[in-house]
Unconditional design. Structure first.
Length: 269
């Protein structure tokens, strides 16, 4: 694709053309397929580095390239965030214990297009409080997606997510957000998961971005550890996240990262 094609809005958001969505579908499907395939490996006793090694292998076998290996010095094909880790957890020798919940986030590049998605998993038995957190976070993502349509605003997306989460007495992380996507990993706009309805840039057909709410059982504050990547909840409460890449269509939106096997929610089995 000629990156000069289409146009940029006054807010710096690229408007892609309808035929560009095909590239996003293909890249999104690869990322989602990898997250389907890693699911059986999430077990008590597994290490997060073993999960990442499998993901890296499958990225190459499916003809894609990892977007995260080498990104700002990052060395892994995924981010794996366990329990109170909010996002950007680094795979390593950590052994999963019974009841651990984890988010696995994968971004691939296929033919120049970026597919970015994450979802929750559980090792062993799922505790009730963890199950409720995961369900609220999952549903909050789809509340946000339901607000995506031409003429709505990015504030409508954030408001839909925030109001639902807070009605369930949980909190939305403010320190991290979704982002524009397409032929680049991160681009305008910042997609906030909180906000006031009717505010922010107006959604237009052809916009492509991620929605990826992070929800905490406790307070929303986070801190980044000394490795400069791992973000955790300050109060050590559990955190969950789900992410889809979407494109605005004439009538609503298209989700590029749907699970081919229907395994987006961790209780599919």
């Amino acid at each position: 694709m000629d990156e000069t094609r289409g146009r940029i809005t006054r807010d710096g958001i690229r408007i892609y053309e309808a035929e560009d969505f095909a590239g996003m579908r293909a890249a999104g499907r690869v990322a989602a397929q990898i997250l389907d395939e890693v699911a059986p490996l999430v077990q008590v006793g597994a290490t997060t580095e073993a999960l990442d090694a499998f993901i890296e292998q499958r990225v190459g076998e499916l003809g894609a390239v990892s977007a995260t290996i080498g990104y700002k010095g990052y060395k892994h094909a995924s981010c794996i965030s366990v329990n109170h880790v909010v996002c950007h957890g680094i795979p390593g020798p950590k052994v999963l214990k019974d009841g651990d919940i984890l988010n696995i986030d994968v971004t691939v590049i296929l033919d120049g297009w970026f597919g970015d998605t994450s979802r929750m998993y559980v090792a062993g038995a799922l505790a009730r409080k963890s199950e409720r957190l995961i369900q609220v976070t999952h549903d909050a993502l789809f509340k946000g997606i339901a607000a995506v349509a031409p003429g709505n605003t990015f504030g409508d997306i954030g408001h839909a997510i925030q109001s639902f989460v807070e009605a369930n007495r949980m909190s939305v992380v403010r320190d991290f957000c979704g982002h524009g996507l397409g032929r680049v990993f991160h681009a305008p706009p910042n997609v906030l998961h909180y906000g006031r309805a009717g505010t922010g840039p107006v959604l237009e057909e052809g916009m492509i971005f991620t929605i990826e709410p992070m929800v905490n059982l406790g307070r929303p504050e986070t801190k980044v550890l000394a490795d400069d990547w791992t973000a955790v909840t300050r109060d050590k409460s559990l955190s969950a996240q789900f992410e889809h890449s979407v494109g605005v269509t004439a009538t609503g939106c298209e989700i590029f990262t749907l699970s081919p096997a229907g395994k987006f929610h961790p209780t599919w089995g």
